[in-house]
Design a protein around this ligand. Structure first.
Ligand SMILES: Nc1ncnc2c1ncn2[C@@H]1O[C@H](COP(=O)(O)OP(=O)(O)OP(=O)(O)O)[C@@H](O)[C@H]1O
Ligand SMILES: [Mg+2]
Length: 416
């Protein structure tokens, strides 16, 4: 294995920190070669609220990865999540010339620059700019305007911004843990990169990631991001409801949810909800679990639908809804989602064909995988740009920007 071809990504989740290490070949194909997971600590709503505890948990996650794969990690890419994220639509125009002429790459670059100059709060940083459509002389829906004749180019884009202080805090936690922060990506976009195929994004699809204390969603249509958002409820709230309803501890409720959880009452023996209000401790049955879990799960999905708000566009999402995140694991999740959205729905946790993915244990690896795929694509793209300049190729690029190397203990001791 060549030491320059390794990429490391870490998903800071509200339940767990999960890291993966991948190998990238010359063509940009990615193979997962290792993973590690550690309980989330010092991290709440996308921010490190306890730097010491948080950075220790990061160090424990990544050093376990180093140990299990016998690698030496210098830094990694990670996800950005939480209620500090904001989404906005931006629009910019550039005149093309005194008269109509074919649009050039330079015009496209200029309109892209202008679209970023939208007034955003001074304490926010732009994390992602996705073109929604180009308009040339009032002709809408243009995907690539270069070469088209026109006299005015307009770009509509979806921007996601994040609080500078939170971003700085996360960088600080990564550095304190002893690693270099090497790149960041919005959580739900990373999960989408790991899970959704281009034909689905073109047909129209909503991805809903039900995590621990939050549910993030994103809608794609015409191959590009249309909208995204967050609802502050997740699997943790289902556990709390069970603990409350069954009068058991949160640990017992978590086990019951994972082992026997059902979120659709019609799949099991239906139990009237009034049973929960009886003096006598209710007897736990699948029906009773469903009676407690269904309303909360339905509430999460209904809030996502309301947060998106565009019912016209929603009805046109031909590829339906894809559910992911540990919170979507209970039985009946996809069926209940179909009822709420009146669209086909499915659950998905891993990309359909990714080498090495079969070695991952059950869990939410899609975000870390998506981060790795993004980093690999960046590396390959830069490699292609550097090649004509004699820039050393993908191996050179990955060595300089990305983070893992096979630890060569013999070489190190020989040096000493
Ligand atoms: N098999 C399962 N059945 C039911 N619930 C599960 C199962 N596995 C995990 N969960 C629930 O999934 C939730 C955690 O989901 P996930 O691991 O996707 O969150 P996270 O990525 O750490 O958090 P976030 O994405 O919100 O930052 C927890 O509430 C957990 O109880
Ligand atoms: Mg997550």
């Amino acid at each position: 294995m060549s030491q320059e071809r390794l990429i490391v990504a870490c998903d800071f989740g509200t339940t767990s920190f999960r890291a993966v290490i991948c190998e990238v070949d010359d063509g940009g194909s990615v193979t997962i070669i290792g993973h590690s997971e550690h309980k989330c600590a010092g991290f709440l709503d996308g921010d490190f609220i306890d730097l010491k505890t948080g950075s220790r948990a990061i160090a424990a996650t990544v050093s376990a990865l180093e140990k299990s794969t016998d690698t030496f990690v210098t830094g990694f890419t990670y996800n950005i999540s939480g209620s500090h994220l904001r989404s906005v639509r931006s629009m910019a125009q550039v005149p093309i010339g005194p008269g109509p002429r074919p649009i050039r790459e330079g015009d496209l670059e200029e309109v892209r620059q202008r679209v970023r100059s939208l007034a955003i709060p001074f304490d926010h940083k732009i994390l992602s700019v996705t073109p929604v459509e180009y308009v040339v002389d009032r002709v809408r829906g243009i995907v690539d305007p270069v070469g088209r004749v026109g006299s005015q180019l307009e770009m509509h884009a979806h921007l996601i911004t994040g609080s500078r202080t939170v971003l700085h805090n996360i960088e600080n936690a990564v550095e304190t843990s002893g690693y270099q922060p090497l790149g960041e990506e919005v959580d739900v976009l990373a999960a989408a990169a790991g899970l959704l195929a281009l034909p689905e994004k073109e047909a129209g699809v909503m991805l809903i990631d039900i995590g621990g204390t939050a549910t993030n969603w994103v809608v794609f249509a015409q191959g590009t991001v249309q909208a995204n958002g967050m609802v502050p409820l997740g699997g943790h709230h289902l556990t709390q409801d069970l603990a409350h309803g069954l009068r058991i501890s949160c640990e017992e409720a978590e086990d019951a949810k994972r082992e026997r959880g059902v979120v659709l009452r019609s799949l099991v023996d239906e139990v009237p909800v009034e049973v929960l209000f009886e003096e006598e401790l209710p007897k736990e049955t699948p029906g009773l679990l469903a009676a407690i879990l269904e309303p909360r799960f339905e509430e999460i999905l209904a809030l996502v639908k309301q947060d998106y708000g565009d019912m016209g566009q929603l009805a046109r999402l031909q590829a339906g809804v894809v559910l992911t995140g540990g919170g979507s694991r209970p039985r009946g999740a996809a069926q209940l989602c179909e009822e709420v959205f009146d669209l086909p729905a499915t659950t998905r946790y891993l990309p359909p064909a990714l080498a090495g993915a079969e070695s991952l244990p059950q869990g939410q690896w899609a975000t870390a995988i998506g981060l790795s795929l993004g980093a690999a694509a960046d590396a390959v793209e830069l490699d292609a740009l550097q090649a004509p300049l004699g820039g050393g190729g993908i191996i050179h690029r990955i060595r300089n920007l990305f983070r893992g190397g096979k630890r060569n203990r013999e070489a190190l001791s020989a040096k000493a």
